[in-house]
Design a protein around this ligand. Structure first.
Ligand SMILES: NC(=O)c1ccc[n+]([C@@H]2O[C@H](COP(=O)([O-])OP(=O)(O)OC[C@H]3O[C@@H](n4cnc5c(N)ncnc54)[C@H](OP(=O)(O)O)[C@@H]3O)[C@@H](O)[C@H]2O)c1
Length: 343
């Protein structure tokens, strides 16, 4: 059984912000699955900021996508034909696939998910890679503790909203930074932030820094860094001695349009405040996924963790949704509904 599918390939590399011209829809035919492969119908596709890095030729922790090759994403899909005794048609799986309506994937690269345990899309968000990232940054990298003050940037995003909630549950004072009054209100009402500051309303880093000083008069012990840019410049002077920064992402710089702060004062602050700054990539920590799920899955099941999803409908709308994500147009986990969700 062969399968016709549509897929989106990288048409060209963006110079700054990606545009529609960087993507191209193609039709292709997938062969029947061979031994150790499954043919799947994609249901949910996750759009994530790291994909911007993969569109560029610059060396990074994962190789770039070749021009002409399909874009890839974390997806939840239904098996429709199987070349492996362990998976049968109707099984639901999560794994890395092409931006496509159907995909042929090695069984070793997907894991089966239980539709009774949580909504299917949660395995791409709060219980998936972004959730694991929040838990890892907070616990394994920043070693955040009760009584400390934390700043979480992109505080209503997929990673930030869970980091904020877990920090609050630990007994920390949580200061969110997000874009716009609606997101800031939600960070406080839904994600456990004591206060949330609007980085888009602050005219410059100094103004945002003054607001952080007001919100955290005793200084900041932990910064969960998701954005870089103006927010990083604002938080750094507020860091306490022996403060920790978990460097998770720098989305403000992904398209090279936001200038970095000058290095000498940054370096001096790191020295004089004796900061510990550690970058991390979630996949280095996947061995700890059982600990993450043991903590977060029962909270999700009990309805004690809140999250939002921004859903684009259909593969055709994936590029626009991705461009919107890089501009903060998403509210929570950015997903694309590719096919009907049987759950
Ligand atoms: N290290 C890892 O392994 C790992 C894994 C997953 C994600 N990440 C990183 O974690 C960060 C958050 O990812 P996510 O998936 O949770 O995305 P997200 O927060 O759901 O969406 C991205 C958000 O970033 C904010 N943003 C965009 N441009 C900005 C700018 N110039 N200045 C400040 N904020 C800006 C926007 O929120 P506002 O409207 O609030 O500004 C936007 O909604 C990203 O940097 C991502 O690359 C890292």
């Amino acid at each position: 059984m062969t399968q016709q599918t549509r897929q989106i390939v990288l048409a060209s590399r963006p110079e700054a912000e990606p545009g529609p011209e960087n993507f191209r829809m193609e039709q292709t035919t997938l062969p029947a699955p061979g031994p150790g492969e499954v043919l799947v119908r994609v249901i949910w596709m996750s759009l994530d900021p790291y994909m911007r890095g993969r569109m560029s030729a610059a060396k990074s922790y994962v190789p770039p996508i070749e021009v002409g090759a399909p874009m890839t994403a974390g997806c939840v899909a239904e098996v429709i034909a199987s070349g492996d005794a362990g998976l049968k048609p109707g099984d639901l799986v999560e794994g890395r696939m092409a931006w496509a309506e159907h995909a042929l994937v090695p069984v070793s690269e997907v894991k089966r998910i239980d539709p009774a345990a949580a909504p299917l899309a949660a395995w791409l968000g709060v219980l998936g890679m972004p959730g694991m990232t929040a838990w890892t940054g907070l616990n394994r990298i920043a070693q955040a503790k009760a009584g400390e003050t934390i700043v979480v940037s992109a505080a209503t995003g997929a990673v930030g909203s869970l980091a904020a909630q877990l920090a609050r549950r630990k007994g920390m004072r949580v200061i969110g930074v997000a874009g716009g009054p609606d997101k800031c209100a939600r960070a406080v009402a839904e994600y456990g932030c004591h206060v949330c500051l609007d980085h888009r309303a602050a005219p410059d880093a100094r103004a945002l820094s003054d607001q952080i000083r007001e919100a955290a008069p005793d200084g900041v012990d932990v910064y969960f860094e998701n954005v870089g840019g103006k927010t990083l410049e604002a938080v750094l002077p507020r860091m306490n001695i022996h403060g920790r920064i978990a460097v998770c992402g720098t989305i403000a710089w992904y398209s090279g349009v936001d200038n970095p702060p000058p290095l000498p004062p940054v370096w001096r602050t790191i020295l004089t405040r004796r900061l510990r700054i550690e970058g991390f990539i979630v996949f280095d920590h996947y061995a700890h996924t059982p600990e993450f799920l043991a903590e977060v899955q029962p909270l999700v099941a009990a309805g004690e963790i809140r999250w939002r999803e921004t859903i684009a409908e259909g593969l055709d709308n994936a590029p626009a949704a991705f461009m919107g994500l890089l501009q903060g147009k998403n509210d929570g986990k950015q997903l694309v509904r590719i096919g009907a969700d049987p759950a």
